[in-house]
Design a protein around this ligand. Structure first.
Ligand code: ADP
Ligand code: ASP
Ligand code: MG
Length: 411
């Protein structure tokens, strides 16, 4: 039998009624002749609640226990989904990550999948079971501890299962009916795209479009998984949603395909550092060792041998970054006047494979922001994206103005 992977996100399994609705879709695919692997998230809001419990109990928590707690939401929905299917006379059972076993490395709270043995589940399909319900987001480390794959990780569970089982397709059911030119909750004129190239989706995801976890797109690209994003609330339609596919399959070639925004970044500035060889290494070495993911970097013009260095990193890593830099200063490896952390920024990014061959995109972006009176604090570019940091309060304004200027509402 061909295998299909269907993933249901938090809002799609938020209540027993919604689980029933999702189960009906699964039943339909079983009737269509598929053996189905269903991957479920926790009920919406559940993982946030569990993370809150952990933080309130132990601010400098043991990551192994964090994973033990926050992975539990998926156990509930996996069992409930299996029960709902059984009530519909569809032969189904649930699997927690360790039962598969979905093997990961030991990087708790951001673990990487290493292996998914297929024998266990395939044997059950051979016996006549029709649906394997898998708890998303979780796995087991070489030490035998429960791990999680980072927020939004059930997307990655789903794609990894699709790759391991050579599934015909991996359908990601969520609360929007596809991937849009920008977050439809930020810009009502956002347009649903029929297809998006893997490279573009990868940039969009890593720059803040949380509709897919970045790692899931990476895996789909590497293993050639046919990945589709669609709504679990709309009527059944075999051509619904957005297909994430190879660049060659896309005809449209505008310079900009989408806009991503992120409010989860902070800007940090080291004031008055010595402008000498090795200074960047002295700053970013300790940051790397502390596990801080630095994104954008700018060094200002130097005056009398002193300069400023500004970089951006995820907001929840600011404390760690401050500690690492203060420690380097105390050890005498680095000398700086002041360390300023600015949490009031947002990153706005234009993404498009068309940028490779068309110039003037950055200039137009800067002009649009200027016309809105929005100041740019940091700029970074790569082959298919341009990102700027701006004041957080202008996030919506910037996204809407850029969406209009690049005519993303028009196909
Ligand atoms: P799930 O719980 O199903 O995993 P998520 O909340 O993780 O759902 O992802 C879906 C959300 O992603 C949407 O509700 C939407 O607000 C947001 N989003 C951000 N950027 C985009 C985009 N470009 N296209 C579609 N949705 C987007
Ligand atoms: N429940 C987890 C989270 O909220 C994983 C997921 O839904 O993808 O991050
Ligand atoms: Mg998600």
């Amino acid at each position: 039998m061909p295998i299909l992977v269907m993933k249901f996100g938090g809002t799609s399994v938020a209540t027993l009624d919604k689980i029933k609705r999702a189960a009906k879709r699964v039943g339909r695919e079983v009737a269509n002749g598929y053996d189905v692997i269903v991957v479920v998230s926790a009920m919406s809001g559940e993982t946030n609640k569990l993370v809150g419990f952990v933080n309130d109990t132990s601010p400098m928590y043991d990551a192994r226990e964090y994973d033990a707690v926050v992975s539990s939401g998926e156990n509930v929905t996996a069992g409930l989904m299996a029960l709902t299917l059984q009530e519909m006379d569809v032969p189904a059972r649930s699997w927690q990550g360790w039962q598969v076993p979905l093997k990961t490395n030991s990087a708790h709270s951001a673990a990487r999948i290493e292996e998914i043995p297929t024998d266990n589940i395939l044997a059950k399909f051979a016996e006549g079971m029709k649906v394997a319900v898998v708890a998303g987001f979780q796995g087991i480390s070489p030490e035998g501890r429960i791990t999680t794959l980072g927020r939004g990780g059930s997307d990655t569970t789903a794609v990894a299962f699709a790759a391991a089982f050579e599934a015909e397709r991996c359908d990601i059911y969520t609360d929007v009916d596809g991937v849009y030119t920008t977050d439809p909750r930020v810009e009502s004129k956002a347009r649903k795209m029929e297809k998006v190239a893997f490279e573009e989706m990868l940039e969009m995801a890593s720059l803040g479009a949380k509709v897919l976890q970045t790692r899931s797109v990476e895996l789909a690209m590497r293993y050639g998984v046919r990945l589709r994003v669609l709504s679990s609330f709309e009527e059944y339609n075999p051509n619904a949603g957005t297909l994430i596919c190879a660049e060659e399959d896309i005809v449209e070639n505008k310079p900009v395909s989408g806009i991503a925004s992120s409010r989860e970044e902070a800007k940090m500035t080291l004031v008055s550092i010595a402008d000498r060889p090795g200074i960047a290494a002295a700053i970013f070495g300790p940051l790397a060792e502390a596990g801080v993911n630095v994104d954008m970097i700018i060094q200002n013009i130097s005056e009398e041998g002193r300069t400023d260095m500004t970089f951006s990193c995820p907001m929840d890593q600011v404390k760690r970054a401050e500690a690492a830099l203060d420690e380097a200063k105390a050890k005498g490896d680095l000398n700086f006047g002041e360390l300023i952390s600015d949490m009031n920024v947002a990153k706005i990014s234009l993404v498009g494979i068309g940028m490779r061959s068309q110039s003037g995109v950055a200039a137009k972006m800067f002009k649009v922001l200027r016309d809105e009176g929005i100041n740019i604090k940091v700029i970074a570019t790569s082959e298919i994206k341009i990102s700027v940091l701006i004041d957080r309060k202008y996030t919506e304004l910037a996204v809407q103005a850029l969406h209009d200027a690049f005519e993303l509402d028009k196909a």
